[in-house]
Design a protein around this ligand. Structure first.
Ligand SMILES: Cc1ncc(COP(=O)(O)O)c(C=O)c1O
Length: 359
């Protein structure tokens, strides 16, 4: 069986280095907010060309804390409206809700699946104070157009870069990253971080992740406990230097899928510029998804669906269930994610392509 994602194989080349790091952390006997977290924060800031990096517990917390920090700074107020994509993973929406802000959903571009900038202005009201941009599947959203709208309407822009480690980011926006094990840069457990050039924001974030405290036992804010731990930070510093090489391998697999899959029943994702995609996921569309997924399984290929049900149709959000987002709903009915990772072999990729072409 070709696994959708073989996390054992992905982490195998780093095992010796992980064990050495693990031993170093054990020898130091310091497990929370120490030298390893600081080292990773410094290296990831440098890698993303950001002034500050704040390690946190996971990608969801990274986003929640950005919004909470803006509230502490007086730039957002509870109840403010945040434009957010209807077509995203639920975490993006939960982050807005957990910060007591109001998500206003908009439809994606039907070809890139990312926020459609042309849909934004119609949803802006006097209460709109921000835009949450998600770089879905690892593809850079149309930041030029979105930033322009943000500037015109004086809106904060927050980027959900959970699926997008390695993209060439531009613009002075706070970004949230997830290092969930399956991400392009994955830890061996939950982990996340925030990057920003804004020193005031960074200062609040460093406190918020640690009970709202800058100085131990003195609390400026009502914070949370969401700290990146030393062991995960140490593992991430082992993997970070290899991220670009691994993303290049993902791109070469995507290149093969895009040129060699030829089946009128299957739509391929649109990617005009390989600089703007890190192929966290390679997502095709088909009207016969159930059949295709079952056929691929019979032929030894595991696939997943990202995602089967959009946020507005989830049971957890009953007030939204009657809303209609036809583009988002069609995407959720038809998408199927093919195996995509730096450890897929050329033979495995050939088999996947051959089977798709025979479907
Ligand atoms: C688009 C998106 N946003 C946010 C998250 C949340 O990240 P985490 O699982 O680390 O909380 C994820 C991943 O799980 C994601 O894919």
């Amino acid at each position: 069986m070709i696994k959708f994602l073989d996390l054992h194989k992905i982490n195998l080349p780093y095992q010796t280095a992980f064990q050495e790091k693990m031993q170093q952390v054990l020898d130091k006997g310091w497990f929370v907010l120490g030298e390893e977290v600081q080292a990773f924060e410094q290296q990831f800031a440098q890698y993303t060309k950001a002034k500050h990096c704040i390690g946190v517990g996971n990608g969801l917390d990274a986003m929640v804390l950005i919004f909470k920090a803006y509230i502490e700074l007086g730039l957002l107020q509870k109840g403010d409206e945040i434009i957010a994509p209807a077509n995203t993973y639920i975490a993006s929406i939960l982050a807005v809700l957990q910060a007591d802000l109001t998500p206003v959903l908009i439809e994606p571009d039907a070809e890139t699946y990312n926020l459609n900038p042309n849909e934004i202005e119609a949803k802006i009201t006097a209460k709109t104070k921000g835009i949450l941009v998600v770089h879905l599947y690892g593809q850079l959203a149309d930041m030029e157009a979105i930033s322009k709208i943000g500037l015109q309407h004086n809106l904060l822009i927050v980027e959900d870069a959970a699926q997008a480690q390695g993209l060439p980011f531009t613009g002075n926006h706070a970004r949230a990253f997830s290092f969930y094990p399956g991400k392009n840069l994955g830890a061996l457990g939950d982990a996340g971080c925030i990057t920003t050039d804004d020193s005031e924001l960074a200062k609040v974030l460093f406190a918020l992740r640690n009970y709202g405290s800058e100085q131990k036992y003195y609390n400026e804010y009502l914070g949370v406990n969401s700290r990146l731990d030393e062991i995960q930070a140490a593992f991430l510093t082992v993997k970070l230097p290899h991220l670009d090489k691994e993303n290049a391998l993902r791109k070469s697999i995507a290149q093969r899928y895009l040129t060699e899959i030829k089946n009128p029943k299957i739509s391929l994702p649109k990617c005009d510029d390989f600089q703007k995609h890190v192929f966290h996921l390679f997502v095709i569309r088909t009207a016969n998804r159930t059949n295709l997924q079952e056929y691929l399984k019979q032929n030894g290929i595991e696939t997943l669906i990202h995602y089967p049900l959009p946020p507005h149709q989830q049971k957890a959000l009953p007030d939204w269930n009657s809303l209609s987002y036809p583009i988002t709903e069609a995407i959720h009915r038809e998408v199927l994610s093919l195996p995509m990772s730096p450890v897929l072999t050329p033979e495995e990729v050939s088999h996947i392509i051959q089977m798709l072409n025979r479907f």
